[in-house]
Design a binder for this molecule. Sequence first.
Ligand code: 0T9
Length: 429
Amino acid sequence: MSEYSETVSWSSFLKSIASVSGDLSSFTAPPFILSPVSLSEFSQYWGAYQDLFLGVAQINKQNYEAYYPQIRSIKSPDVTRMLAVLQWYLATLKCQYTSRTQKGAFEKKPLNPFLGEVFVGKWENNESKKSDTIFLSEQVSHHPPVNAFAVFNEENNIQVQGYSQIKTSFSKTLKLNVKQQGHAILETNGNSFLITFPSLHLEGMLVAAPYVELEDTSYIQSSCGMIWRIEYSGKGYFSGQKNSFKANLYKDAKAMEKNEKPIFTVNGQWSGVSTIFDGNKEVLFSDQSKHQPQPLKVKPIENQHNLESRKAWDDVAKAIELGDMKLISQTKNKLENNQRELRKKEAKEKKPWENRWFKKVDVIKTKTEPDFEGDTINKLVALAELSGISIKNIQSGSKTGTKEHKKATTASHWSFVMDNWLNEKEITI
Ligand code: 0T9
């Protein structure tokens, strides 16, 4: 419970939600629940654990047995890589979904990015530029909001890219339910992995202290055939703890569908400790407290481009920090009116906004045109086929057998265009 739970502003906010139930962006929330951080910053967490991220790229035939000395039954570099990918993924979950709300704080409503908003930075690893990890995030659509991102390290030959689009709805009990569309694709040294996104909901709304709990299932399908099925639950299902999960590693999607015995099972809290069942005993798999996220290096606001998130939202962020409702809506309106004017101008001149580093690729159409751009899209199609996961524009991780899959007609996905970044003239890291 937060100190705000009994305030008039919170209860009237809850009432307005209960009566309309719909698009969150249309509500005026009380200032204490507003975050000065834009949603375009959230995808940085894919790279926050540099040790785990780069660690995935370094696995080879010579060293794979040394990665998890406590686990005896690892038989190939592919298995080590699956474990390392899961470990990195779990760490990113912690960053994406809980770190912001620790130490007694709670989830706040992030700023809603505008079309073309970017957020960029890097993780410096040592002297050479090639060994830096670059992070790019771009708001590729405003209605509906879609954020695309890429994290890459040239020297280590590893890259993760993807995009996320969320759909929110309130239940009658004022639970905020969030479904995600999109995916992430990790590529390193000839291996690729399709990562789907879990559904989530916010708990604690009634007491004005919301926090995220993940639910349902997500998958990590590897080009080597193996697949992780990760199931999430809150307090009380697999264990008495919040942020619980259970991940099963299968040799392929067929074995998963048939519920064959998994190669490995990992159990625990994605925000804390998890263990792995090895032969006949449970050993430690991952302890999140042993890994520290590395802060992203971002240019000071003075040196930023107008499209860069922190510069563009600076006035609004300051108003939020002051808790000044009037100033918040003044500064926000200014930004939003500017955006509306821009869209009008573009419509009049018939020059629609052009995305910067990402391109929307129609997978159904391009499948028959072999010369389409973006090798990663080929991988997406291949990995989806291996896993039985739908390639259409429906909830992330839905299977091809579902009604939604049969009903859906489009399959367009955002893909990173490296050349556009290499030719970028205005925005620097
Ligand atoms: C993609 C992530 C996503 C975005 C956020 C639901 C949420 C917006 C989407 C799914 C990232 O990779 C992972 C993490 C957290 C998600 C956010 C948590 C959250 O509360 C917001 C929603 C839209 C709200 O702002 C709810 C407002 C509420 C706190 C007060 C009314």
